[in-house]
Design a protein around this ligand. Structure first.
Ligand SMILES: C[S@@+](CC[C@H](N)C(=O)[O-])C[C@H]1O[C@@H](n2cnc3c(N)ncnc32)[C@H](O)[C@@H]1O
Length: 281
């Protein structure tokens, strides 16, 4: 089956960068994440990953190419898995879910209600290519529109995961979104992969990022404590630096050395590789 895609905006197209990275990772002899469903989804759609120079380049080895996305996905999955194990009546919100099958990796108890939110164009494809178990809900909406939240249960603990979506939200829209979410649920957590101001600059200006650069509007986070000042209900639980991940041991020599060196300094680490930020509210 080959699915005809609509004309995606750069923000929507970016879902193939993360999905494609996971697909390439799953083909490695010793994958970091091992999400074969991503590869199946790419094949079902018949999407050509060579649209993204960064996935196609021969200048970087496959392991280095996928390390960042695969490892951050793994850390975010672990956070969600721990949360739903402790809170089996939880609500999970995957903000800007794209075509990611996080639910199938996390495999939450059936009592958990899982919501994947993305633009209508993306959700239309999602409904065609991914299974929709009974406790899963796909919400076709712009995250900046407050209305989609109204129908969600407000009496359960919630975990929100934002994987790859922040660059496409303005600072004010991101703060308003988190503020609304933290106000809707009695308590919960937020887990995201952060982008520094330098990381945002790279997304906007690097040749390899041209397919998505046009929709990058966020200004970046340089200090994981900054969001605590924007939204007083948020408290940082942890910052997880990819340069210090156990998976660094499975990187090629140069990447391993560079990560170990950068890992000595959080500031350098944040610029060089993903930092996963984990908050409670
Ligand atoms: C880099 S992709 C990440 C997709 C998915 N989280 C993953 O990790 O594979 C960013 C996603 O955010 C979605 N997105 C960006 N801005 C959005 C908005 N305002 N409302 C809903 N979805 C949005 C895009 O459509 C895209 O699917």
């Amino acid at each position: 089956m080959v699915i005809a895609l609509p004309e995606f905006t750069p923000a929507q197209e970016s879902l193939f960068l993360t999905l494609g990275s996971r697909a390439i990772d799953s083909r490695l002899p010793r994958p970091f994440l091992g999400d074969t469903m991503s590869d199946e989804t790419i094949a079902t759609i018949g999407y050509r990953l060579d649209k993204f120079p960064t996935l196609n380049t021969k200048l970087i080895g496959q392991r280095s190419k996928v390390f960042d996305v695969a490892v951050r996905t793994k850390r975010l999955d672990e956070i969600v898995r721990r949360f739903v194990a402790a809170e089996p009546d939880a609500v999970v919100l995957d903000l800007g879910a794209g075509l990611d099958g996080r639910m199938f990796r996390v495999n939450p108890p059936p009592t958990v209600q899982w919501y994947d939110i993305d633009f209508p164009e993306v959700i239309a494809i999602r409904r065609q290519v991914l299974p929709q178990p009974a406790n899963t809900h796909s919400i076709a909406a712009d995250l900046t529109d407050p209305r989609w939240l109204q129908d969600l249960p407000a009496d359960r603990p919630a975990i929100m995961v934002a994987d790859g979506v922040i660059p496409f939200l303005t600072h004010d829209d991101f703060v308003s979104l988190v503020y609304r979410l933290a106000g809707h649920f009695p308590d919960g957590q937020l887990a995201l992969n952060a982008y520094t101001t330098y990381g945002i600059w790279v997304l906007k200006h690097a040749r390899a990022m041209r397919p998505i650069a046009g929709d990058v509007v966020n200004r970046g986070i340089n200090d994981p404590r900054q969001p605590e000042h924007w939204i007083t209900d948020l408290t940082l639980i942890d910052e997880i630096l990819a340069t210090r991940a156990p998976e660094v041991a499975d990187m090629p020599l140069i990447g391993r050395l560079a990560s170990r060196l950068a890992g000595r300094s959080p500031a350098v680490s944040r610029r060089m590789a993903t930092a996963v930020l984990h908050y409670r509210f």
